[in-house]
Design a protein. Structure first.
Length: 140
């Protein structure tokens, strides 16, 4: 059973990260768009990505992650897990920051440039690399 939970946790994490990588990229293009047709299209794409993929994936990934920790509570005594959990909390904050940005775009109140969103888009990459190394290598 443990391996099934782990497999579905990984699948949920992959789909969540797909959204975390793609939504800020949509923000880049949305911030660059000039015509109303494009802006409206981006609003639909952003909303569907967030509500249909990102939010359910995050909930499933966190739920299955909690289940895995309940099955292996000794992980909570290890330093690598503390760092990983801190990064997951940061990722959840990033996720909800994306939601706030989505709302600003939806109401045509975005004030940031496409350059800002290009840099913003890099944060989940750093988290992903760090978390994978922590989970696989368990350096401490």
């Amino acid at each position: 059973m443990y391996l099934w939970i782990k497999a579905f946790h990984i699948i949920a994490v992959v789909t969540w990260f797909a959204g975390l990588f793609y939504l800020p990229r949509l923000f880049v293009y949305h911030a660059q768009s000039k015509d109303d047709v494009s802006k409206e299209r981006f609003k639909v794409m952003e909303r569907k990505l967030y509500r249909g993929i990102m939010l359910p994936s995050m909930i499933i990934a966190i739920g299955l992650g909690i289940w895995l920790v309940m099955l292996a509570p000794a992980w909570l005594t290890q330093g690598w897990m503390h760092v990983k959990l801190a990064l997951v909390i940061a990722l959840v904050a990033y996720h909800f920051t994306c939601a706030a940005m989505l709302k600003r775009f939806a109401t045509d109140n975005n004030t940031r440039s496409h350059v800002f969103y290009r840099w913003f888009n890099e944060a989940p990459v750093l988290v992903l690399v760090t978390v994978v190394i922590l989970v696989v290598v368990k350096p401490f």
